[in-house]
Design a protein around this ligand. Structure first.
Ligand code: C2E
Ligand code: MG
Ligand code: MG
Length: 630
């Protein structure tokens, strides 16, 4: 007799191999103990399936019996009849199969068994059954034994022992069922915690979990992968023009497009808002990662039809590829993919793969950010000054303060390297306040040295959005340094557009009434030069260098310069030509009536001391204009 239990699948196996293996082992052990200790040839555990039928999940006995029985599913008819007749917890009954047809027969038979201590012959067709009930009385399964080796009906003690085994089997099944239900609930909770409720794809935490696993696998086995960061272009318009509900539907459709073009093992996740991420294993190299990005791009741009509306969504996609020997962490890779996405966005849309140039730029950016954070405390703000001359006689009419940021090695960074970073970090406003104060202090020093110059400072439009704070900073700096307000011009530089509110324009008018001038810098190139002229009190425009550069050789540029001069004259405001580098440009602006000029032709920006030396020399020699004669 082969008494080795075997392990058939049962309905509790599917959700968790570990747990049901231990259940299987328990049931097998029970069955085997019944066979070994109670002297039966066959012991079987049947599991109740959801449809009411019973499946043999454990069987100990002769191989031929085991092979025949294991895994078989018995319809519930027979069992129902047996259980209807004897279905009380722990009740055991002998059955003569000839009589099974009628529960009453069986019932009439049972008392015999229960009262009889007399061993009786075991009928070959007899079996002993114990229904296995859960504590809520639902049927979990049935334990049955067959053919006692001594050929006799079991005595009361054996029946009691069988009842105890049945109870154990029921407990094991109930325990496993509860665990399986708990696992189902835990699985559901886990799904909710790791998936996005709007689109159904993964969320940030799923992506990070899998990305960390991919990094570990890369470090252990060198397996390469790619992570993609996608930002939908102009998605805000969908929300604005339709509804947020429609926006959600579009996001769902985008998620479906992404899911349908990826492999099952890839992870699509919504990062937030209109940003999605994709983690793809086994991507060969940079080129394959780019191809993947391009396929994703075209999948996303598949038109989305929702009712009567059709949406064409495009995305900017950043790709970071990682392979053996790469030391990048999950955070690094996401950061890189994000940086590449921004690079794609800067180019309108499309796919950008993170590479060395972006790495250098990102490092430089981090360095600049660190410098900016300590700009005020570590005296990193340095001002250079450039004269603005009166075109008709070359005298220095004003000086523009131009900011530099001092690096640790003493070198100076120009605004193009740090102004937008300062703005994004929210540091620009405070930095400009410091610049205004320093510049006023410097202008006062020149005044004391006998040079009556106007001072121009650059301010970002952001300053104007909190005009009350700006007003008090400006008036405070003037008062602290004893500089008259009429000496100060604020050049409005544009890094973002500004909706000029009535409150802003009133505040500006108060400052103008106090004597301060406002100038529109880089006129003709920004977001709203003309709008500013109407909405703000403006006393000066500065014609952008790009027009001045081309004016001598390009008719359109020359016409624009002339038009600016006329506009300024009509409005009664000062007109300054920026970036004058050649005598042809000087002649041209003089001819069209531009009143003031600034540029390398006259003087490059220099330190305050250098400028003072030149101003002194100029005063001594009474030489007009062309300070350095470049
Ligand atoms: P901007 O106010 O239009 O300043 C003129 C820029 O043109 C300066 O560059 C100056 O060095 C440069 N420049 C002057 N003459 C010539 C010329 O003949 N040829 C050429 N090619 N360039 C000339 P810089 O100092 O690098 O400043 C660039 C921009 O940075 C400024 O443009 C201004 O928009 C911004 N900026 C400077 N200081 C500040 C500041 O304190 N706050 C803010 N928000 N922006 C500032
Ligand atoms: Mg300026
Ligand atoms: Mg300018």
């Amino acid at each position: 007799m082969n008494q080795q239990p075997s392990a058939p699948p049962n309905s509790l196996t599917s959700s968790d191999g570990g747990m049901s293996l231990s259940l299987q082992a328990t049931l097998d052990l029970l069955a085997q103990t019944i066979v070994n200790a109670l002297g039966f040839e066959v012991a079987v555990v049947n599991l109740a399936l959801p449809d009411g039928s019973l499946k043999v999940v454990s069987c100990v006995g002769p191989p031929e019996v085991r092979d025949t029985l294991l895994g078989t599913v018995e319809s519930n008819d027979t069992w129902n009849r047996i259980l209807a007749a004897s279905g009380k917890w722990g009740l055991l009954c002998f059955l003569d199969h000839a009589e099974v047809v009628d529960g009453a027969d069986m019932l009439s038979w049972i008392p015999d068994m229960e009262v009889s201590d007399e061993p009786d012959a075991w009928h070959p067709e007899d079996a002993l059954f114990a229904p296995l009930y859960a504590s809520d009385k639902s049927l979990l399964g049935v334990l049955s034994v067959d053919v006692p080796r001594d050929g006799k009906r079991p005595d009361k003690m054996t029946c009691d022992a069988l009842e105890a085994f049945a109870l154990s089997a029921a407990l094991a099944l109930e325990h496993a069922t509860l665990r399986s239900r708990t696992e189902e609930a835990v699985g559901l909770l886990r799904h909710l915690a790791t998936h996005d409720t709007v689109t159904g794809v993964g969320n940030r935490s799923l992506l990070m979990e899998r990305l960390n696993a991919a990094v570990e696998a890369r470090d252990a086995t060198g397996s390469p992968f790619a992570v993609l960061f996608m930002d939908l272009n102009g998605f805000k318009r969908v929300n604005d023009a339709h509804s947020h509900a429609m926006g959600d539907r579009v996001l769902r459709a985008v998620a479906q497009h992404l899911q349908s073009m990826t492999r099952p093992e890839d992870i699509v996740a919504r990062w937030g808002g209109d940003e999605f991420t994709l983690l793809a294993d086994n991507v060969r190299d940079d080129a394959a990662a780019r191809e993947l990005g391009e396929r994703v791009e075209s999948a996303i741009s598949t038109p989305i039809v929702l009712g009567d509306d059709e949406f064409e969504v495009t995305a900017s996609i950043g790709v970071a590829f990682s392979s053996a020997n790469d030391k990048a962490t999950a955070d690094d890779l996401l950061h890189n993919a994000d940086a590449a996405m921004y690079q794609a966005k800067r180019h309108g849309h499309g796919v950008w793969v993170y590479d060395e140039s972006l790495r250098v730029a990102a490092q430089q950016r981090l360095h600049v950010e660190a410098l900016l954070r300590t700009a005020l405390t570590h005296s990193r703000l340095v001002l250079h000054f450039q004269p603005i001359i009166a075109v008709h006689d070359g005298s220095v009419a004003a000086v523009e303060a131009l900011l530099r940021l001092k690096d640790d090695d003493g070198s100076l960074l120009h605004p193009s390297a740090f102004v937008s970073a300062a703005e994004e970090l929210g540091l620009l406003v405070d930095i400009e306040h410091a610049v205004i104060w320093k510049a006023c202090q410097q202008a006062k020093a020149w005044e004391r040295a006998g040079h009556d110059l106007r001072l121009s400072v650059n301010i970002s439009v952001r300053q104007l959005s909190d005009i009350d704070a700006f007003e008090s900073v400006l008036l405070g700096a003037l008062e602290d340094n004893g500089l008259p307000a009429r000496k100060l011009t604020c050049e409005i530089t544009e890094h973002a557009s500004l909706d000029v509110s009535a409150h802003t324009s009133q505040g500006m008018r108060r400052l103008v009434a106090a004597g301060v001038s406002f100038s529109v810098d880089d006129f003709g190139t920004g977001f709203g030069s003309m709008t500013y002229l109407r909405a703000m009190p403006i006393q000066e425009i500065k014609i952008d260098r790009s027009f001045i550069t081309h004016a001598p050789t390009e008719r359109t540029a020359a016409a624009i310069v002339r038009a600016h001069a006329i506009l300024a004259s009509e409005l009664g405001v000062r007109c300054v030509a920026e970036g004058v580098e050649s005598s042809e440009q000087h002649t041209l602006i003089a001819a069209v009536g531009v009143g003031f000029a600034q540029g390398y032709l006259y003087q490059e920006p220099v330190t305050a001391d250098q400028l003072l030396d030149r101003l002194d020399a100029l005063t001594l020699t009474s030489e007009p204009a062309q300070l350095t004669g470049r």
